[in-house]
Design a protein around this ligand. Sequence first.
Ligand SMILES: [Zn+2]
Length: 308
Amino acid sequence: MRPVAPRAVSLLVSLLEESKGRVVEDLLDTSDLDAFHVLRDCGALVVAEDVPVILCPACGDQDVAPQRIRGVLQGLCPECGYVEITNASLRAWKADHDWLLGRLRMAFGIATRQDSEALVPGTVWKVGDHKAGKRTHRILLTRRLSEEAVHKAFREALVDKIERDKAVLISTTSRFAAMVSDLAMPFVHLSEIVHLRSGKLELDTERWAWCLTPAPQRQHDVSAVFAENFRIAVIDGEHYEFSARQAGVFSYLFSVKGGKSYKQSIMDDIDSPQKNPGELFRRNARQWEAFSQLVEWDDYGFYWLKQR
Ligand SMILES: [Zn+2]
């Protein structure tokens, strides 16, 4: 059983990350339809303009441009000739920013009279101000930070419009692709900080608390296994040593207190271009042996520390 909510969030993220992020229901793989329906039914998607070309409905192989001829929608396929096209196959959907901003305000308990504000139209928003005790955090949402023009506009907004010491960045771009390692402000991926439940976004309070803790203060409880900032592990009396990045993986998994973490979030956090934590350990038999004893993972790319 593949839980649908995380896949729905992944689909939402991919729609937001692509500059022309659109999805056509008829072109979706059947295994992704449930995630699409979850998003559509909770209002996260809006109808986009019609698609300029679609796959030929007859052969499924050639691109055809729909046109209306004598009142009938059709397209000229190089292989099949004129083929009829249904309206359903033309309907494209895109992510609705307003929905996302509204749900984020709800997740953070931001007063309903506060409106979100576009700082860079279409790519950078102030979601709202989140008050916790005496501190106020300015929640920002960004997307497509890996695109040069978007990134430049984001940096300009950062100078002109954002109080950096208060801001927290939520992004649909991975930390690695976003090129923000020089920024001191907390940066968290959208799929990590909220979970989709019954059509609403719920704040992951542990991840949020972790975000707000300055990096040098992210101290770790005394661990029976790890020492030297996770550079050393002692497993059943055996002593293992790790690189700084490898130690970063353990540190990250440890910080979420036995919870599961998505591979991309871990790799982003340690600024690694590798695909998943295993890749960092595989080349050294001994380190791989330690990793396999300490960490568990599943087929969906989630990793967690084994209970020891
Ligand atoms: Zn065809």
